[in-house]
Design a binder for this molecule. Structure first.
Ligand code: ADP
Ligand code: MG
Ligand code: MG
Length: 251
């Protein structure tokens, strides 16, 4: 479904190569995790897939269901079902959370050729999903993420994801800054969305998130490349021995 080949990315206005040939395939129904030390390019990969400005693809391709996503505008990527939950969710002053969710969910439905949700159906759905993420009515009324705590922002990202029902979900360090209870909520939210038609790429610094969101495949990224791929046991190995061992082993 998501197919990344030989992806090379540099900063647009600096001579700095960040991704140096990433190869990665995420199949529908699978959860892939990417782990790796700080500064290895994990967030850059998620930014480039989302279409954020400031990065230049110098080589390689990325497709979703065979469609080239790198040439698309960010909203076109969303329309074909890409969803990204960022390490640092953005605040959108002046736009109510509920309005945002409704507009985004209906745009997504339209792109899929489904009818829009009625106001009543939308309200019922958003309340139900918000409840499982312990997001209260007040948070739904406030502007998107403005003044939300770190944990509230992350839960709100998962609510967006649940409302949009994307094909391919990419989560960048959704566990960072979360306490144990919030991490459980977020993980439960992700697990509830696991489905044979949907793929996940879960980027995380620590193994602990993967105790809750059990990945099918684990990749280790280091210095802009995937240096090792394995099963869930690879995450445990990293937790035990650190990245340094792995790097020298691969070298
Ligand atoms: P990770 O998410 O794995 O910690 P990042 O993708 O955030 O890694 O960063 C990879 C490398 O690229 C780091 O050395 C980082 O400092 C650098 N980098 C990323 N974006 C920028 C930027 N906009 N300006 C300068 N350096 C950047
Ligand atoms: Mg980092
Ligand atoms: Mg990062």
């Amino acid at each position: 479904m998501l197919d990344i080949k030989n992806l090379h990315v540099k900063l647009e206005d600096e001579d700095k190569q960040i991704l140096k040939g990433v190869d990665l395939k995420v199949e529908a129904g699978k959860v892939h995790a990417i782990m790796g030390p700080n500064g290895s390019g994990k967030s850059t990969l998620s930014y480039v897939l989302s279409g954020r400005a400031g990065y230049e693809v110098t080589d390689g391709t990325a497709t979703l269901d065979g469609e080239d996503i790198l040439g698309m505008e960010p909203e076109e990527r969303a329309a074909i079902g890409m969803f990204l939950a960022f390490q640092y969710p953005v605040e959108i002053p002046g736009v109510g959370n509920m309005t945002f969710l409704r507009t985004a969910a209906n745009a997504q439905r339209k792109a899929r050729g489904e009818p829009e949700l009625s106001a009543a159906d939308f309200l019922k759905l958003v309340r139900e999903k918000a409840k499982t993420l312990q997001i209260d009515a007040d948070m739904l009324k406030r502007p998107v993420n403005v003044g939300f705590s770190g944990g509230e922002k992350k839960r709100n990202e998962i609510l967006q994801m649940a409302m949009l029902e994307p094909r391919m979900c990419i989560l960048d360090e959704t566990d960072s800054g979360l306490d144990v209870d919030a991490m459980k909520l977020v993980s439960d939210g992700v697990n509830a969305l696991r489905d044979e038609g949907r793929g996940f790429l879960v980027i995380t610094h620590y193994q602990r998130l993967l105790d809750h969101i059990k990945p099918d495949v684990v990749h280790i990224m280091s210095d802009g490349r995937i240096i090792k791929t394995g099963g869930p046991e690879l995450a445990l190995e990293v937790e035990k021995n650190g990245y340094a061992d792995l790097k020298s082993e691969v070298a």
